[in-house]
Design a binder for this molecule. Structure first.
Ligand code: NAD
Length: 484
């Protein structure tokens, strides 16, 4: 049993509070044992948090500040996370399952959002529109007011940081609904807001059940804007609630993203990309490389190399894996592991071949072996549906147009990748793949600076980059008549 505080409260209007819906047990997926209990908010708690955020907004305590001052507070939140990285990453590993070194990567990534959007705060400038000599006309950008953010369990700190940093930088007050499986580490974002000097009520962080607290938050009449990261069905429910209140929402949903590997690709570099692309965070990454579409002429050689790399990963408790290396942690829960394992077993019964993995390792915990499935056809469920697991689905192609057709053959469109030394082929593929982001010769190329979001069922709106700022502001035009 790890030494973690036994009970964690919600943070509402600058105070730590119990939840009206009781408590939920948070488990360590590497052992299945209860790690701690988390307060569960009910609709009344959500209402209190929204009221606090609305009060802050209407008071102008955030929105009337000079942008550079807000930006400095946002930057300070990121520094706070880095100062506490040892404690946060330990709890993150215990609640989420990822190796300790990956948890540190997540906290560094979260801090980077606060740095980036803190810097961007004072760049949100309007423009002047020429209307002739008798007018001055200008635009300004105003915050929506109360921003509601509903967070998934795979990167709880980083996903909250992504929305919270941009929302605060643009002057919104925020209510965060944390995920039931991994709520604990969001507490440090409340500590960070306090340490940075944000007013009470500017940042509220509650855990609650999706259909209860999440639904209450997304339907609340005083929420002015919603950001949701998670699954497609929940995204549909949240977008419907937003539509009923006529408020905008950003949906960051799932994916079944494909890497297209041509015969002239640098296969050594690609093998390293697969290690990150599908085995980082045990494949529980919305933009994971979950499909490989490989030219038939290099299929066998590449699969041999990939199976060698995947089988070399040591799979076990994240807390025992502090160093970067060939290792992988638990999935987030036994439920998620069993769901993914079921998808793998169905694929194998339908004719797929496991080039490696395909089973749960022979020790307790929510683990799944790094798995590579070959012999697939594009119509199979494992080639179309998101497994959200360390499972790479491999398909082959003969012609360039066939590779694009397979890549575009799912309902999703989050990211895609192409590996080739031929610049024209790379550019044609980047043009023709229907996805919000295309990587050429490096999976995950880009960063906080580059816009991210989906086509199709992967959602709409963009997070990251300067694009994300426009999610959190509305344009006001002021036209002034000059009289002589
Ligand atoms: P989920 O949709 O089940 O839950 C996400 C959040 O929504 C949780 O906080 C949950 O409590 C809440 N929720 C559930 N039902 C709700 C409702 N009716 N109203 C309001 N809130 C509700 O998703 P998950 O299982 O936590 O996350 C996995 C999924 O998220 C995967 O499909 C993955 O691809 C996707 N994801 C996408 C991104 C991205 O940036 N595109 C990032 C991470 C995860």
């Amino acid at each position: 049993m790890q030494d973690v505080k036994p009970y964690w409260q919600n943070y509402v209007d600058g105070e730590w509070a119990d939840g009206g819906a009781g408590r939920i047990a948070v488990a360590d997926p590497a052992t299945g044992e209860t790690l701690a209990e988390q307060a569960l908010a009910d609709a009344a708690n959500v209402g209190r948090a929204v009221a606090a955020a609305r009060r802050v907004h209407l008071s102008g305590a955030l929105s009337s500040l000079r942008a550079v001052e807000r930006g400095r507070m946002v930057q300070a939140m990121g520094r706070y996370l880095l100062e506490h990285i040892d404690e946060i990453s330990r709890v993150l590993t215990l609640e989420q399952g990822k190796p300790l070194w990956e948890a540190r990567v997540e906290i560094e990534g979260a801090a980077r959002y606060f740095e980036y959007y803190g810097n961007q705060a004072e760049t949100v400038e309007g423009r002047s529109i020429p209307l002739g000599a008798d007018y001055y006309d200008f635009t300004t950008y105003e915050p929506y007011g109360v921003s509601a953010q509903i967070i998934p369990w795979n990167y709880p700190v980083e996903m909250t940081a992504r929305s919270l940093s941009a929302a605060l930088a643009t002057g919104n007050a925020c209510v965060i609904k944390t995920p039931e499986l991994t709520p604990l580490t969001n507490a440090w974002l409340a500590h960070a807001a306090e340490a940075a000097g944000l007013p009470a009520g500017a940042v509220n962080i509650l855990c609650g059940l999706g259909h209860e607290a999440g639904a209450a938050l997304s339907a609340h009449e005083h929420v002015n804007q919603i950001v949701f990261t998670g699954s497609v069905p929940t995204g549909v429910a949240i977008a419907s609630a937003a539509a009923r209140n006529v408020v905008p929402c950003v949906l960051e949903l799932g994916g079944k993203s494909a890497a297209i590997v041509h015969a002239d690709a640098d296969l050594d570099a690609f093998v390293n990309d697969v290690r990150w692309g599908i085995f980082f965070n045990a494949g529980q990454v919305c933009s994971a490389m979950s499909r490989l579409i490989v030219h038939a002429s290099v299929h066998d050689e590449l699969i041999d190399r990939l199976a060698g790399m995947a089988s070399s990963l040591s799979v076990g408790a994240g807390i025992d894996r502090p160093e970067f290396g060939a290792n992988m942690g638990a999935m987030v829960s036994h439920g998620q592991r069993d769901r993914a394992l079921g998808m793998v077993q169905n694929a194998i019964s339908g004719g797929a071949v496991a080039a490696c993995g395909g089973a749960a390792p022979d020790h307790p915990g929510a683990f799944l072996e790094p798995t590579i499935l070959t012999g697939l056809t594009p119509g199979m469920a494992i080639a179309r549906d998101e497994a959200f697991a360390p499972v790479l689905s491999v398909l082959t192609f003969e012609t360039d147009s066939e590779s694009i057709a397979i890549a575009n053959g799912t309902d999703y469109g989050l990211v895609g990748g192409v590996y080739t030394r031929d610049i024209d082929r790379a550019m044609r593929t980047a043009r023709d793949v229907r996805a919000g982001q295309v990587f050429v010769n490096e999976w995950y190329a880009g960063g906080v600076e580059t816009p991210f979001g989906g086509y199709g069922k992967s959602g709409y709106g963009r997070e990251k980059g300067r694009e994300a700022l426009w999610n959190y502001v509305q344009t006001k035009n002021v036209a002034i008549r000059i009289r002589s």
